[in-house]
Ligand binder design. Structure first.
Ligand code: CA
Length: 225
């Protein structure tokens, strides 16, 4: 699961990065609004944790920009502004939750988990399709109750397909999840990865359907195991 952390306080950012990575999240860090927008342009994220006091742009403005561009992922704001109005403004601009500084890391971890559960999975932290299970708490994918060993990029794609199971995932999102840099990835390369992934998951009663012009959809297969 990919988290974008937007925080300009180096000490705090470092602590958050360390904690979230040891929880199994893959974390990118931005110290300015500009860098955050560049990350969002080039990569796919599942959740954003953002400070409101940024050096180059007010965090509330950045939040508005994210929502204007139809970025629908969950966002938690971190703020030293503890007045009621600031918190209400944050929620009104599209934040899903907030934490007032200083906060306990454990509380942030719990809130991230709660948001992931609310936005992506069931209450038991598990999303199941066929014999595949994505455990959003342990950050693992199980196939027939065993750890599913996949190349990192294919794992990333399977993860978003599972998180959005039953819904079409846009090809652009898949491309962002697969690409390592801003140069992107060709349609052919996406199809090769999807082809490989299909072969890996077929024995577990799961299939990836191509929805022409839109993207891909993960579903239980009826002809599978
Ligand atoms: Ca700050």
């Amino acid at each position: 699961m990919n988290i974008l952390l937007i925080e300009d306080d180096a000490v705090l950012a470092d602590g958050l990065l360390h904690t979230l990575e040891s929880d199994g999240y893959s974390v990118r860090c931005a110290t300015t609004a500009l860098a955050a927008e560049q990350w969002v342009d080039s990569q796919d994220f599942d959740l954003i944790v953002m400070d409101l006091g940024l050096p180059d742009l007010d965090g509330l403005q950045l939040l508005r920009r994210f929502r204007h561009r139809k970025l629908s992922l969950p966002i938690i704001i971190l703020t030293a502004r503890d007045s009621l109005n600031d918190r209400i403004d944050g929620i009104e601009q599209g934040a899903d939750d907030y934490l007032t500084k200083p906060f306990e890391l454990r509380e942030l971890e719990a809130r991230i988990q709660a948001l992931i559960r609310r936005c992506y999975g069931g209450f038991d932290h598990q999303i199941r399709i066929g014999q595949l299970i994505l455990d959003t708490h342990k950050q693992t994918i199980l196939a027939a109750n065993q750890a599913f060993l996949l190349a990192a990029r294919e794992y990333g794609v399977l993860e978003i397909l599972l998180m959005q199971a039953g819904k079409v995932v846009a090809k652009d999102r898949i491309a962002q999840r697969l690409s390592n840099d801003a140069d992107g990835i060709s349609d052919n390369a996406i199809e090769i990865h999807i082809h490989r992934l299909r072969k890996h998951i077929a024995p577990y009663g799961v299939a990836i359907r191509t929805v022409r012009g839109l993207g891909y959809l993960l579903e239980a297969s009826h002809d599978g195991a």
